[in-house]
Design a binder for this molecule. Structure first.
Ligand code: COA
Length: 189
């Protein structure tokens, strides 16, 4: 069980916008669905589930289990503007590996929020005593790859023609890894 005492947490973006970070609660279903409705179709192509269906988001909200998936929302007032999730395995061989996913509202991109949320995931990974954080992106998602690299993730492997989009076209999958035991200084290369 990760301690969530630090939430709600206020952050200020470099342009002065003030946001609140906190774990998702069941009452967030409508807000989160509204957030996904504004995500461009090209970003939704690689989602595992169809988030344009409200029932998908409602199901997540009803079955929240922070030990499996911990969603941290960034809110501006009442509006969700960012969503980062830390996926963990309670048992088995990948207990020490967490998977991170990040999604930022289009009008909040390139303002430093993505990096703040990845930093938040690193903090939670440390609290959960994980050894590695893993992130996956399609090779075309260069903003995502750059954001993760800036936060100390390194390219682990590229799987060629590995994943398909909703139209069936194949894409290269980039797997990025962050080693939790690295100190802050070692990561600032
Ligand atoms: C990837 C994503 C999370 C980045 O969030 P963001 O808030 O825009 O990122 P930041 O403003 O913190 O930028 C972090 C760094 O990423 C890079 N970056 C961000 N957007 C970029 C762009 N459009 N082009 C090139 N580099 C970009 C920059 O190096 C930037 O650092 P800088 O601002 O100091 O130059 C956001 O673009 C997004 O939600 N994309 C769609 C979903 C996605 O691809 N998720 C990743 C898979 S899990």
């Amino acid at each position: 069980m990760i301690s969530l005492e630090r939430y709600p947490r206020e952050i200020t973006l470099r342009d002065g916008a003030r946001l609140t970070l906190r774990p998702m609660v069941p009452e967030d279903a409508d807000r989160l669905w509204d957030f996904f409705r504004r995500i461009p179709p090209e970003d939704k192509m690689f989602f595992r589930e169809d988030v344009s269906r409200k029932e998908v988001v409602e199901r997540w909200a009803e079955h929240l289990d922070y030990d499996s998936v911990l969603p941290i929302l960034a809110l501006e007032g009442d509006r969700v503007v960012g969503d980062a999730t830390l996926h963990r395995n309670k048992t088995g061989w990948k207990q020490r590996v967490g998977t991170v996913r990040v999604q930022i509202a289009p009008d909040f991109r390139k303002r430093g929020l993505g990096m703040s949320m990845i930093r938040e995931m690193r903090h939670l990974g440390e609290k959960a005593a994980l050894h590695y954080l893993l992130a996956e992106a399609i090779e075309e998602q260069q903003p995502a790859i750059r954001a993760f690299e800036k936060m100390g993730f390194v390219h682990a492997v590229v799987y060629r023609n590995f994943v398909n989009d909703q139209k069936g076209a194949l894409h290269n999958l980039v797997v990025l890894l962050y080693h939790m035991t690295y100190s802050e200084e070692e990561m600032s290369f």
